[in-house]
Design a protein around this ligand. Structure first.
Ligand SMILES: Nc1ncnc2c1ncn2[C@@H]1O[C@H](COP(=O)(O)OP(=O)(O)OP(=O)(O)O)[C@@H](O)[C@H]1O
Ligand SMILES: [Mg+2]
Length: 221
């Protein structure tokens, strides 16, 4: 049953010029949040590595034994064929689009997906390398009129570099008020196609709950 506030399907594009910044981790936590909220949601995996697709196949296997875990379908799709790929999300309340890192090689497709999306999320690890790449990227997205927000990842608030990186990105574009901390055990549930959110007592779920609440408000879902 859908609990959308109306206004049709919503689409979130997750895109970053940097590899390993947390795009797929963010995608699967948003998809699980949406499913747990009773929304019909689908992941579209535009990355040829198919990280999100493989995760969802492991999840399907886990659900064979433990069907209480929310169903999260993911379709592997092709970036060159982005327009047709989007149609796979027809009928769903929410589509979360996971993409490969090399945005420079796929600019027309990423632009097309950003135009189709209600929100672009740009995960950024709190390092100089990520910030140098993500600053211009978030600026170019907002200059083109897209609603885009940076989500800081692997953050450690106690370090001075965190505050510096955050400050640099805030000058470049909107930044989500909640960051994802460095979580040593984030990959553990992924082995079974799960996320931290699938265990209500997990340490580390609060940031993902906050980011989901923020995103939901942003896209009026
Ligand atoms: N907050 C975090 N704490 C600890 N490890 C993390 C965190 N976020 C991501 N990782 C780890 O970093 C690696 C990269 O994450 P992820 O696959 O989500 O990045 P990505 O942006 O999708 O990468 P790619 O560009 O290759 O698609 C994974 O091994 C993941 O478990
Ligand atoms: Mg990925």
């Amino acid at each position: 049953m859908s609990r959308s506030r109306g206004g049709g399907q919503r689409t979130i594009l997750i895109s970053s010029p940097k590899g390993g910044s947390g795009k797929s981790v963010l995608a699967r936590h948003l998809l699980v949040s949406a499913a747990q909220a009773g929304l019909q949601s689908i992941g579209l995996d535009f990355d040829r590595q198919q990280t999100l697709t493989k995760w969802s196949m492991r999840r399907a296997q886990t659900r064979d034994a433990f069907p209480d875990f929310a169903d999260v379908p993911v379709a592997p799709v092709v970036l060159q064929d982005w327009r047709a790929s989007l149609r796979q999300a027809n009928g769903y309340d929410l589509a979360v689009l996971d993409t490969p890192p090399s945005v420079e090689d796929h600019l027309p497709a990423i632009d097309g997906l950003a135009r189709a999306a209600n929100l672009v999320l740009v995960p950024a690890v709190c390092t100089q390398d990520d910030v140098e790449a993500v600053g211009p990227w978030i600026r170019s997205l907002t200059d083109k009129g897209f609603r885009a927000v940076v989500v800081l990842n692997r953050a450690n608030r106690r370090t001075s570099s965190f505050a510096r990186m955050r400050g640099t990105l805030i000058k470049a574009g909107p930044v989500c008020p909640t960051e994802i901390p460095q979580l040593e055990d984030i990959h553990v549930p992924a082995v079974k196609g799960l996320t931290l959110l699938d265990y209500s007592k997990s340490r580390g779920i609060a940031p993902f709950e906050e980011i989901w609440a923020f995103v939901r408000r942003e896209i009026e879902l």
